[in-house]
Design a protein around this ligand. Structure first.
Ligand SMILES: *Cc1c(COP(=O)(O)O)cnc(C)c1O
Length: 360
């Protein structure tokens, strides 16, 4: 029996994608073998990878001034590649600190020798909101932000305007959940396992002229230019993950109807659940400030930890799994990524109302 999967990541994938992948497992595209048994140098795989890049660019409305790279090493390797390429020893980079993943990114930049300036932080308020005022340094190489804070359940409603440097960002846990205006950005990345596909693939969107101006002399696998020059096939890319990502992108385009429709669908799901929290008379308490709430990761607490344990155990018995908060903060987190159906959110809400009736 399939459960309802609220995991923060790896996370739920669209059923039609899983079904197609299952049907094609033994013989993909007439090759007589699975996708993952094909050589990455074959024309079939090259065409599949190119189509995956094209579908993604189409979804985001990106032109020739953007390239799509398939990297590995997770979002976490980007924490190092960014400063190595663009803010090496001695150069200044600005970071906005909104919780665990941005903190890790700025610590990594320090290890790479970057002179890190924290332009804003919500740490003093336990990362419950997205700062709206920044003190940028004079000429940073880039300004870094994490657009959706998976652990704290906060999301940037909009991004800084007229910043003194290109924006770069970690979009892992909200990538393709809404249309994206990239005019002020030069690079964004997303680990696949939240909203795109299997872990092992990291999508990087980069402006080629930004990449070209990067630090020279890096090891090949750490240099964005290697991926650009070799169409992300300098070495063996995570072919199966790219294939699933391609199916997800087509599902977004053809079944969900594109990113504007996806955004409306996601906001509706999130509104249902946040309303349930807000109308519970304090039985369920959302942890993020309302102006910073994430539609992707809804984080909340019950009145005590014992009750939270009971809540999670009973939810699991009902087939509602993956609702535990990130291990660094505890509590409850319902991740409502693109592939989470509205009906599943309604099932969760019914469970929550029953649980409150019994324990409130
Ligand atoms: C999950 C997550 C990461 C870590 O991704 P890995 O692929 O495991 O390195 C980084 N940033 C954000 C926002 C995440 O949600």
């Amino acid at each position: 029996m399939r459960v309802i999967n609220f995991n923060g990541g790896p996370a739920v994938l669209p059923m039609p994608v899983l079904e197609q992948a299952a049907a094609e497992m033994l013989d993909w595209n007439g090759t007589g073998m699975s996708v993952m048994e094909n050589s990455h140098r074959s024309k079939e795989i090259a065409a599949m990878a190119a189509e995956t890049q094209e579908t993604l660019k189409q979804l985001l409305g990106l032109g020739a001034d953007w390239s799509v790279l398939f990297c590995q090493g997770g979002a976490s390797l980007q924490f190092a590649m960014l400063p190595l390429n663009f803010a090496p020893a001695g150069a200044v980079s600005d970071y906005v600190d909104t919780g665990l993943w941005s903190t890790k990114a700025l610590e990594e930049a320090k290890i790479c020798g970057s002179s890190v300036h924290v332009a804003a932080s919500s740490k003093a308020d336990d990362y419950t909101y997205i700062p709206r005022e920044y003190s940028f340094s004079e000429s940073p190489r880039y300004i870094y932000l994490c657009s959706n804070n998976t652990v704290r359940g906060t999301r940037w409603p909009s991004f800084p305007k007229n910043a003194p440097a290109p924006l770069v960002g970690d979009f892992s846990s909200e990538f393709l959940s809404r249309p994206l205006d990239l005019s002020d950005f030069s690079l964004v990345f997303a680990g696949a396992q939240k909203n795109v596909g299997p872990a092992g693939l990291t999508i990087v969107l980069i402006r080629p002229d930004f990449a070209a101006a990067g630090q020279k002399g890096l090891p090949h696998m750490l240099d964005y230019r290697t991926y650009l020059a070799n169409d992300s096939m300098y070495n063996t890319p995570p072919v199966y993950a790219v294939y699933i990502a391609g199916l997800v992108f087509k599902w977004l385009r053809d079944v969900m109807g594109g990113l504007e429709k996806m955004e409306a669908y996601n906001q509706d799901k999130a509104d249902l659940l946040y309303d349930c929290l807000d109308q519970s008379g304090g039985f369920y308490r959302g942890t993020a400030r309302p102006d910073s709430r994430s539609p992707m990761n809804v984080t909340f607490r019950l009145t005590n930890e014992e009750l939270e344990k009971t809540f999670l155990a009973e939810a699991k018995k009902e087939g509602l799994v993956g609702l535990g908060g990130h291990r660094s903060v505890g509590g409850v987190r319902a991740s409502l990524y693109n592939a989470m159906p509205r009906e599943s959110v309604q099932t969760l809400i019914s469970f929550m109302k029953n649980f409150m009736a019994k324990n409130g």
